[in-house]
Design a protein around this ligand. Structure first.
Ligand code: SF4
Ligand code: ZN
Ligand code: ZN
Length: 304
């Protein structure tokens, strides 16, 4: 006899939930994911009526599910927030140009405004040009620093109060592990914060903080969402890669490991002073030094 869904007891189970191992039907899976994200938003007081939220939209599975869920939950629960898609064009031919086509298709589907800001217009360099100059080495350091500032500047440009990003539970557990392995106490203390950057001028929040990557993939698949799944052509962060593999091994043995690492991070009270915030003397953006990281990296690029 076929067992019925472990949640509703009526439908045939279609999915074994990666997070809990429960055999459940598709409608119950959708409700579980949507209710969990709504619960995260409400319990952490992420949004306030009237706020404009810039959704970091890359065309990948996480940000596509984030757009879908924020649009759905905003309508279903009347959050009263205004959503605006914000994409960063790093200038990587064969990767970002293709993924931006996906974002544009989603903009049509959800009928949301979209702003694209590019590294070339903000910094005068595309990632392709940077890699030509420095070689296939340290690329993600440049890209990460520029993306952080590009998102802040793009969000300010569109008048948003906050940025929502598609970071999932796996990303956050990986970050806890990486900061622990690096002995980065200040970052370790912040790595599980659902809202960050309040001390700067553009807070960021992570509504998918407790969603497993595998569940995001399943949700996107069964909802027929349109997303782009090709990997970046440049060297991924090797250290993060090891942390990711380790986490996947742990998850195979014990699926709860991801949540447990996040909870451990949440329980840590790290007494490391926050770096002081000031304004970069060169570009006027928020910085923890006289010259911000983006300007420091731009200086290295301008050297012959
Ligand atoms: Fe940028 Fe590295 Fe991500 Fe590629 S993998 S988009 S270079 S941060
Ligand atoms: Zn069910
Ligand atoms: Zn600067």
């Amino acid at each position: 006899m076929i067992k019925s869904c472990e949640l509703c007891g009526i439908e045939k189970p279609a999915i074994k939930r990666p997070k809990t191992g429960q055999g459940i039907c598709k409608p119950c899976f959708f409700s579980a994911i949507e209710n969990e994200v709504h619960e995260t938003i409400i319990s952490s007081n992420l949004f306030h009526p009237g706020e404009k939220i810039a959704i970091g939209a890359s065309g990948g599975k996480d940000s596509t599910v984030l757009i879908h869920l924020l649009d759905l939950l905003n309508k279903r629960h009347n959050y009263g927030i205004e959503l605006h898609l914000l994409s960063i064009d790093e200038g990587i031919v064969g990767y970002r140009d293709d993924s931006l086509v996906t974002v544009k298709r989603n903009q049509e589907v959800y009928q949301l405004p979209l702003t694209i800001v590019s590294y070339s217009e903000l910094f005068g360099w595309t990632m392709d040009q940077i890699v030509k100059k420095i070689g296939l080495n340290n690329n993600c350091t440049y890209c990460g620093v520029f993306r952080r500032q590009a998102l802040d500047r793009g969000a300010r440009m569109i008048g948003a109060e906050k940025i929502a990003t598609g970071h999932n539970a796996d990303d956050i557990a990986e970050t806890v592990l990486m900061n622990l392995l690096r002995g980065d106490h200040f970052r370790l203390g912040k790595s599980t914060d659902i809202v960050t950057g309040e001390e700067g001028d553009m807070p960021r929040c992570k509504p998918l903080k407790y969603l497993y990557e595998k569940e995001i993939v399943l949700y996107a698949h069964y909802q027929n969402l349109d997303y782009f799944s090709t990997e970046c052509v440049y060297s991924p962060n090797a250290y993060r890669g090891y942390a990711r593999e380790f986490l996947k091994d742990l998850e195979r043995i014990r699926p709860r490991a991801i949540l447990d690492i996040i909870h451990s991070g949440e329980m840590l009270s790290v007494s490391a002073p926050a770096p002081a915030k000031m304004t970069c003397e060169r570009c006027g953006n928020v910085s923890s030094n006289k010259i911000c990281k983006a300007c420091t990296l731009l200086e290295t690029l301008s050297k012959p």
